[in-house]
Ligand binder design. Structure first.
Ligand SMILES: [Zn+2]
Ligand SMILES: [Zn+2]
Length: 265
């Protein structure tokens, strides 16, 4: 396999109304998660100058609707396989027709797809068998890490390898506590298998950012319990003005720019 020289990626949309990340490199184009409708996914790809017909694979991180609801439709729209853990497939069955081509993945077991290595990483979240993903090759990898109740050593070690990361900053704890969610949902979101707060997200980046990290796109910001300004303020407080990489914030309603990381940057 020839060495991978660059990766491009964009967060097409992120938040509890739907998540999807586009990653391109090694001759293949991949979507991580299927939380946006086929039509919306196609139009957001086109807005970046990407031809939707070139999508080769949809990876699912877990079965929650904001990640998997459109899995079957995307597989048909793009005529491509779905890849997920056994637990995720089991819980996603309700959104599949059954004729989709499937690739079964297992946390900790890398596999090759085109010129990319894909590495599923077990993560603490209240799905059946949830994973984060690293995509690339050693020395040039983009990681997609959302829906993390907390960051454990396995996730931290995966973060350290990344040249770029899509990383969760879900909520501001004060907004969550004072907000409209029922107590059980507040406990779930803020719990060890829920979502990362702005502060915990920034602290994890401080602890686990590796020397090769160039780009971080903060993602899955809650529209009820967070704002970009609060996420940014927490990040500045914990990491300062110049953390050593570019810090960006994704939105629910429109894609981030098409970002590029390359060997030797
Ligand atoms: Zn989730
Ligand atoms: Zn989610």
């Amino acid at each position: 396999m020839s060495a991978l020289s660059e990766l491009k990626f964009s967060v097409l949309g992120s938040g509890s109304a739907g998540n999807c990340v586009y990653v391109q490199g090694g001759g293949v184009s991949i979507l991580v998660d299927a939380g946006l409708s086929a039509r919306e996914t196609q139009s957001r790809l086109q807005s970046l100058g990407v031809n939707p017909a070139q999508i080769d694979l949809v990876l699912l991180t877990h079965e929650h609707g904001d990640h998997a609801h459109h899995a079957g439709r995307l597989s048909r729209a793009f005529d491509c396989p779905l890849a997920a853990t056994e637990g995720t497939f089991r819980e996603t069955e309700k959104w599949l027709k059954g004729d989709e081509e499937r690739i079964l993945v297992k946390a900790g077991q890398s596999f090759s797809f085109g010129g990319l290595e894909i590495h599923p990483v077990a993560k603490p979240h209240d799905g059946r068998e949830p994973v984060a993903y690293l995509l690339g090759q050693a020395g040039l990898e983009v990681g997609v890490f959302t829906d993390l109740g907390h960051v454990d050593a396995v996730v931290g070690e995966a973060m350290r390898r990344c040249s770029a990361m899509v990383f969760e900053a879900n909520h501001d704890p004060r907004l969550l506590a004072a907000g409209p969610y029922p107590p059980s949902l507040k406990a779930r979101v803020g719990g060890r298998l829920g979502h990362l707060s702005n502060e915990d997200s920034a602290a994890a980046l401080r602890r686990y950012a590796g020397p090769g990290l160039r780009e971080v796109v903060l993602a899955h910001l809650s529209t009820t319990n967070n704002t970009t300004a609060l996420a940014k303020a927490a990040s500045l407080r914990v990491l300062g003005e110049a953390p050593g990489y570019i810090r960006r914030f994704s939105l629910q309603e429109k894609p981030s720019p098409l970002l590029r990381v390359a060997l030797g940057d």
